[in-house]
Design a binder for this molecule. Structure first.
Ligand code: GLU
Length: 493
């Protein structure tokens, strides 16, 4: 077993918790738990303009929902607090290293006005070139000239203008970069906030992070970070760039493909266990074939050695399947416990509250197989709880039956129910099979009519089990209502 790691999940509160992003958090968490290390959460909110109110809370909510508890971070504290970059900036955490780089000549102040930079970017775009800073302020004379135009400088890092640099990635081995493609990038902005490049390096160093797991989209920035680590005299953590998460059409997963926020999946009624299992397999595998793996086994088996370097496809059908498996594998009691709060909120208003847990416990075994997501429950189970399910009485009249025949079948069924003392599935079945014979109906006809009258549905769990759970009182009331509906229908029916 490897040495305990210190890993961090460092989201920017600029949007909802994207599945690709949370997948990185899960891998961090698994590695920390596997090695007995620490999982740290740090909020990277230095891009003040892009911050979305509430995003931080939603990201933390997603981690909590999935059970990815953090050892240090917001709300938890820790030896390197605060864990929010804006709070760290106020303490001068980033100004000191930036000044050190300025003093050593590894960085310089840039006074170029925004208009100049914008014009430069546009011209480069028009020529089909990548936008890059032209290093004007690297030259002291030009810098002085720019200073007359702008008094709020940024700090830029001096990058080599040529050469090649090999940097190690834990998943890919040595990756080679062409340094001539880099420009002198900003490390400290005019508002005094660090850019991501400087901010995360300083914090990863101060927080003693041993491994950085992040999305592959950061791989092109790796040479810049390597150079910054060197200039600051910090040791670079192990870097692992996780395969990108793609939609089924193999383009980067986006809203176009459906929900991308982990919380949307929670709201759609997926189970956190299924989501964790599913996310773990987005770019990692136990053995290339195992699909279902428990949280405990994930912790036991997880390692960077089996993180794939090819992209991972987010297949919602697989998630649906997995969710169904987890739903079915829960004990009745577990499922009932999770459904209770959802039903309290989601059932129609005429369902009496509070819900009786003992009654729910009897209902759950009948429906568990049919529930694909937790959120299916209020709709699927509502007929068990409402006073009277709503349906079109025409549906009681099954194929080959006339309205009068249906009416008679329901009236006789009502009388049979009223007369029945043993209210259990076998007695009910015996009674109604005999009644079908007596009425000259097939069991399919009578049972179909009863199913609609008693549940409002044509597809429901086994009829007599359902009637047994509903109880005599409800069944009698619903049959009486059904007879009334049929009686009140226009004769032409
Ligand atoms: N704040 C960065 C992001 O949200 C973190 C990237 C990293 O993990 O280093 O993408």
């Amino acid at each position: 077993m490897s040495a305990p790691v210190r890993v961090r999940y460092a989201p920017s509160p600029t949007g909802d918790p994207h599945v690709g992003n949370i997948r990185a958090a899960l891998f961090d968490w698994l590695l920390a738990r596997r090695t007995g290390g620490a999982f740290i959460v740090r909020i990277e909110d230095t891009d003040r303009a892009r911050e979305i109110p509430g995003a931080k809370e939603r990201i933390l909510e997603a981690l909590t929902w999935l059970g990815l508890d953090w050892d240090e971070g917001p709300g938890k504290g820790g030896p390197f607090a605060p864990y929010v970059q804006s709070e760290r900036q106020a303490l001068g955490v980033y100004a000191e290293p930036a000044e050190r780089l300025l003093a050593s000549g590894a960085a310089y102040l840039c006074y170029c006005p925004t208009e100049r930079l914008d014009a430069m970017r546009k011209a480069q775009q028009a020529r089909g070139e990548p936008s890059r800073y032209d290093r004007a302020c690297r030259d002291p004379a030009q810098r002085e000239a720019m200073r007359a135009l702008n008094d709020a400088p940024v700090v830029r890092f001096k990058t080599p203008t040529e050469g090649r640099l090999g940097v190690r990635d834990a998943l890919r081995g040595e990756v080679e970069f062409d340094l001539s493609l880099l420009d002198d990038f900003v490390i400290l902005k005019a508002d005094g906030f660090p850019t991501y490049h400087l901010g995360h390096i300083v914090d990863d160093h101060l927080m003693e992070i041993s491994h950085v797991l992040r999305g592959e989209e950061w791989l092109p920035s790796l040479p810049r970070h390597h150079l910054l680590y060197e200039a600051l005299g910090f040791e670079m953590p192990v870097m692992a760039h996780l395969p990108i998460v793609l939609g089924p059409d193999r383009s980067k997963l986006s809203k176009r493909h459906g929900a991308t926020s982990v919380l949307d999946y929670r709201d759609q009624g997926y189970l956190p266990e299924a989501m964790v299992n599913f996310l773990a397999l987005l770019g990692w595998s136990v053995d290339g074939s195992t699909e279902l793996i428990s949280r405990a086994d994930l912790i036991e088996r997880f390692g960077l050695d089996r993180v794939l370097s090819s992209s991972a496809v987010f297949d919602v059908q697989k998630l649906d399947w997995m969710n169904g498996v987890y739903m079915r594998s829960m004990t009745h009691d577990e499922l009932a416990e999770r459904l209770l709060p959802l039903l309290e909120v989601g059932l129609p208003e005429d369902a009496p509250r509070p819900i009786d847990p003992a009654y729910l416990a009897a209902v759950v075994p009948l429906e568990q197989e049919r529930l694909k997501r937790l959120s299916d429950a209020p709709d699927l189970l509502s007929f068990f709880f409402v006073e009277q399910p709503r349906y079109n009485p025409m549906r009681i009249i099954r194929k080959g039956m006339a309205r009068d025949g249906a009416r008679e079948a329901i009236d006789r069924s009502l009388r049979a129910a009223e007369a029945l003392d043993e209210w259990d599935a076998p007695s009910l079945e015996r009674t109604y099979r005999a009644l079908a014979d007596e009425l000259g109906l097939t069991s399919g006809q009578l049972f179909g009519a009863l199913r609609v009258a008693v549940t409002g549905r044509e597809a429901a769990p086994p009829l007599f089990d359902t009637m047994a759970v509903l109880g005599k009182q409800r069944v009698v009331a619903r049959l009486r209502a059904a007879g009334g509906f049929l009686g009140a229908m226009p004769v032409a029916c």
